[in-house]
Design a protein around this ligand. Structure first.
Ligand code: C5P
Length: 275
């Protein structure tokens, strides 16, 4: 039996760092959405565990136990042949590893009929829990508190990554102000895409400044996105380096993505719809 699961890109529309625990992990308050672009994971029963990585972003992705996908599958104690088709850049702030791990857990659960996730599943990465949810959510704590945010208006976006990998721990380490205000206790009920974009613009990604300090090209990505026709907001996702711009319509996002891809042929650029 073969089970295939889509692993959508995770985007932090907001990322407020509100404190730091004694163990070093940071407390977050983040509105997370998922894109219609992502990786694909398939698992098939076999005699011995193996992982093949294919797709346009496969280069450099490990095919051994160090890959989160392998570790997620191994939790089930059932040897499988995994195929990971990489479309998302790695170490890019859009949850590639966590989303792949979550998709693997879902695929293994389907394959084995084991509905309860094995112990250690959500410890694979701080974003695994929200990636298992696969829908707009508010994420708090260090990522373990995840509440769905229903009825989020659709968002139309361009995602852009300058093909520079930014290691998350280094960005958190470089953050000087660790205690910043959270989002409002109760999130608004946004009536439509424009209102949601205006609200997102009033929020922050507190990791933007330390990420730019580590990889100054991120400032260029944000500026290029903000300058696209129809762009209403440009911001970094996660700890970078992927950034997004928001548009009023999918048509505007498609046109802007084509413009940016032509201007920056070395960058990873794609239009996307977030929900
Ligand atoms: O758990 P994950 O591998 O996604 O996190 C990578 C690193 O990012 C952690 O080792 C930690 O240094 C940092 N991090 C943090 N606070 C969080 C999430 C991640 O400091 N809430």
């Amino acid at each position: 039996m073969l089970t295939k699961v889509f692993a959508p890109a995770k985007v932090n529309l907001t990322l407020h760092v509100t404190g730091q625990r004694k163990d070093g992990y940071h407390l977050l308050d983040s509105l997370v959405v998922f894109a219609d672009v992502g990786d694909r994971v398939s698992v098939m029963e076999t005699e011995e565990m193996r992982l093949d990585v294919t797709g346009p972003m496969a280069s450099g992705v490990p095919t051994d136990q160090s890959n989160l996908v392998w570790r997620a599958a191994a939790l089930f104690d059932r040897p499988v042949a995994i195929t990971l088709s990489k479309y998302l850049p790695a170490a890019a702030g859009i949850g590639g590893g966590s989303s792949d791990a979550a998709a693997t857990l879902l695929a293994m659960s389907d394959l084995t009929g084991q509905t309860r996730l094995p112990e250690g599943s959500v410890e694979l990465g701080a974003d695994v829990r929200v990636c298992l949810m696969r829908r707009a959510s508010r994420m708090q704590g260090i990522g373990e508190v995840v509440e769905p945010v229903p009825n989020l208006p659709p968002l139309f976006a361009v995602l852009a990554n300058p093909r520079v990998e930014v290691p998350t721990p280094a960005v958190f380490k470089a953050l000087t102000a660790k205690e910043n205000p959270p989002m409002a206790l109760k999130l608004p009920k946004w009536q439509g895409t424009r209102i949601l974009i205006d609200w997102v613009a009033s929020q922050r990604n507190d990791l933007e400044a330390p990420a730019i300090a580590a990889a100054p090209i991120i400032a260029d990505v944000i500026a290029s996105l903000a300058a696209l026709p129809g762009a209403r907001l440009a911001r970094m996702s996660g700890s970078g380096a992927t950034c997004f711009a928001l548009f009023d319509t999918r048509e505007a996002a498609d046109a802007a993505a084509a413009t940016l891809a032509q201007a920056q042929p070395e960058w990873w650029v794609t239009p996307a719809t977030f929900s």
